[in-house]
Write a protein that binds this ligand. Sequence first.
Ligand code: MSP
Length: 503
Amino acid sequence: MTKFSLTTPIYYVTAKPHLGHAYTTIVGDALARWHRLMGEDVFYLTGTDEHGLKVQQAAEAAGMTPQAFVDTIAPQYEVAWKKLNISNDDFIRTSEPRHYAGVAKLLQACYDAGDIELDVYTGLYCVSCEEYYTEEELIGGLCPIHKIPVQSVDEENYFFRLSRFQDRLLDWYGSHPDAMKPEFRGNEAIGLIKGGLRDFSISRTSLSWGIPIPWDAKHVAYVWFDALTNYMSAVGYGTDDARFADWWPVDYHLIGKDIVRHHCVYWPAMLMSAGIDLPKGWGIGGWLLSGGEKMSKTTGNVVNPLDLVDDVGVDGFRYYVLAETAYGQDGDFTYEGLLGRYNSDLANNLGNLLSRVATVVGKKCDGIGPAPAADSPLAEAAASAYDSTAAAWLALQPSRALEATWSLIRATNAYLETNEPWKAEPGEAVDRMMGDALEALRIVAVLASPAVPETAQAVWERIGLTGLVTDQRLPEAAAWGGYPGGVAVTKGAPMFPRRQLPA
Ligand code: MSP
């Protein structure tokens, strides 16, 4: 069976899950679900980043040990992801023993390769980024991302000799031109490499909350070296060689544009040093902005995704974040936009189609869905919706995938509006239209299920189908003619009651 693995960044436990985290995790979830529908053996990984100065300081401020502190926050991510219907196959926490083993192994491998050396570091550090800056990179003396003061650091550290990897990285990306998606974000990463690479410090002596350097226990690993390794420690690196061989290299690391340097520059160089295969791909998302600023705890403009789920339902929220922004671009979150999408795409298009069809079947077909005709005028719309939906998911473009799936909903609504089955006498013509519309709805349920899994299952059941939509397999399940006919169609309450914008 083809394997497909993908990861989200692991989130810092200093903040509760917010919209930006939810966005990245929902994109990954939908993609994982799409590949499961394709019959692939999928491994979708997420987790929490629990070490480093930022966490140690937050724990101190809360009057707790770092471990007790992270133990209170990490489960909030697991709870949030359940509520958002995230189908991750594992959840890694960097405070777990399996992760310690992986980090120790990778550190040792890079050290043995001669790419880690002791040096003295003097520089400027942003605790929120857990990253060094040069004087020139600051804006008005402040961190360019968080707009907060940086600290001056002067200590003896181990350094990873990143500067040695410039040519090898450029060669590798040169021969893997599609590895980073979308392309313009990949070009930004290449620009970082071409701009010159500085060695980076991979250890600290000023901090105790971290993973000890195997050959020098006075030092703990720099949080980014530690965190990046999660992608391998979760699949057995350092603890289970056979499992690691099965699952590495990963197909996609999904990341935000803020952490390209770490994932597309540091990480592949670390892997090259250790003689490990590089990831097959990276998906680089933009930021979801709120009032034009990146949403972050430090900036204070955080939107809680769970409140939105209570408001528009889990699928209303998932649909919005997937459909609203072209992956890779920045998006601006607005409540008006959320309700606008909900009303137009979910209530007016999908909800309306389902309720129209169920009403006519109830009134004119005795509530029993007829089978579709082989030569339906909708068959072509369904085939092209499938092709475009599939191509868009493979290109990591959820908004285009949903646009393509919704084209079949629109085509079916238009077909009904042209033929007005609600005005016709019961009989062959009405049966034919209803069979076609039900078949289109069946295909829509399958194609939409990665984005809106609960809704897809509900549609599936209302049109009289049994079993789970997630057990369907593509491309077969998208072929015209799968709706059996002769099954009971249920009208039910409106699936997406229209919403008014608050005054
Ligand atoms: N812990 C590191 C990642 C280590 S991965 C080995 C980290 N964590 S984070 O919690 O600050 O952010 C992780 C990711 O969340 C970002 O890269 C991005 O993918 C996502 N987002 C956080 N805020 C975001 C927005 N406002 N909008 C979209 N995504 C953003 O960095």
